[in-house]
Design a binder for this molecule. Structure first.
Ligand SMILES: Nc1ncnc2c1ncn2[C@@H]1O[C@H](COP(=O)(O)OP(=O)(O)OP(=O)(O)O)[C@@H](O)[C@H]1O
Ligand SMILES: [Mg+2]
Length: 322
């Protein structure tokens, strides 16, 4: 078995009397994507900053790329690339100059620096903009440049703090493709995100940070199994039909204003048919039927909500059946 790319035990960090990290343990195998999720202020950026040596922990220990974080900070720095939550792009110089500056900082030769910069500008769709000052870039272009800069030194481990925040769907999918390519090449990716879909798409393992601790960890599927949340939602336009259906389906949670019924359902053909049979027997037809399977949003709300004992339900139906 190869050594993990990142391990941490009992990491702690406080600001004044505010405890931000209250004992964080992590093990991230090489060549995998790890996603750290958590609400605003949970401490995600703090974890990234500690593991990338930008700040020190108050307690605990960690190894990154085989090096002890406290004793071998320089070696850790040489092994990693970091894209912070807030841009490191210098607006006064061009995109290309930003890239060449990074190449310089990474001690690449001039020729090598130019080759790598050109390749990354191409990969991040920034060739046209390369000679323009970065201050003229859109938010998404700056974000792409930021991440391209992180890759200049060819780091084996990269930290991406909210890599796709502010990107449009096309740029986001492009970023996901690039992240997957990096991982195929053996790079380890530690990312934080607000987008559960992103963690679902990319991450081998996901950890949810809340209240200073990791409150759940696993693959997307494992996490989804932690919460109930599968249901069928029926919508009516006729209040009388809504009433009749509510009587025919006693398990349903009913909303008299929206004229909807929500019935716990695992989304299998058998359970769906049972609902439809009940409606048929009662001689009613719903105007809309949607099936909701539990997703990471359910997990997130269940684990990080104000009342974490009650799984919340999201509004977005996953799949429209008719
Ligand atoms: N330098 C600092 N001084 C004091 N408090 C800080 C400092 N940096 C972070 N904090 C506090 O630590 C907590 C965690 O912040 P952090 O930036 O790690 O959260 P986050 O999970 O990255 O949030 P977001 O999703 O908003 O980016 C917050 O309450 C924040 O106010
Ligand atoms: Mg943050």
């Amino acid at each position: 078995m190869t050594n993990p790319a990142i391990t941490a035990q009992a990491l702690r960090k406080s600001y004044g009397d505010k405890v931000v990290l209250d004992g964080i343990d992590l093990t991230i195998p090489e060549g995998t994507v790890f996603a750290l999720l958590g609400p605003n202020g949970a401490g995600k950026t703090t974890v990234v900053k500690i593991l990338s040596t930008l700040i020190t922990a108050d307690g605990g220990e960690a190894r990154v790329g085989g090096h002890d974080l406290a004793a071998q900070a320089q070696s850790v720095r040489a092994a990693i690339g970091v894209t912070g939550q807030f841009s490191a792009v210098d607006g006064l110089i061009t995109g290309e100059e930003n890239m060449l500056l990074m190449a310089d900082l990474n001690h690449l030769s001039k020729a090598e620096g130019q080759r790598v910069a050109a390749e990354l500008l191409e990969r991040f769709d920034l060739v046209e903009a390369a000679k323009k000052p970065a201050s003229t870039y859109s938010g998404g272009m700056k974000r792409r440049l930021d991440i391209a800069m992180t890759l200049v030194g060819g780091p084996r481990i990269i930290f991406l703090d909210e890599p796709t925040t502010g990107l449009d769907p096309r740029s986001r999918h492009n970023m996901w493709r690039i992240i997957r390519e990096l991982v195929t090449g053996g790079t380890t990716v530690f990312l934080t995100t607000q987008y559960l879909e992103e963690a679902d798409e990319l991450a081998d393992r996901i950890a949810v940070l809340n209240g200073g601790r990791i409150v759940a960890e696993g693959s997307a599927d494992e996490l989804k199994r932690l919460v109930p949340g599968g249901h069928v939602r029926l919508r009516f336009t006729d209040p009388a039909a809504h009433r009749t259906a509510a009587t025919a389906l006693p398990d349903a949670a009913r909303d008299d204003e929206a004229l909807t019924l929500q019935i716990p359902n695992d989304g299998t053909q058998r359970e769906l048919r049972a609902v439809l049979d009940h409606l048929d027997t009662a001689g009613i037809e719903a105007d809309e039927l949607t099936v909701h399977t539990p997703d990471l949003d359910d997990v997130f709300f269940a684990l990080t909500g104000p009342d974490t004992s009650v799984p919340a339900q999201t509004e977005q139906p996953k799949e429209t059946v008719r």
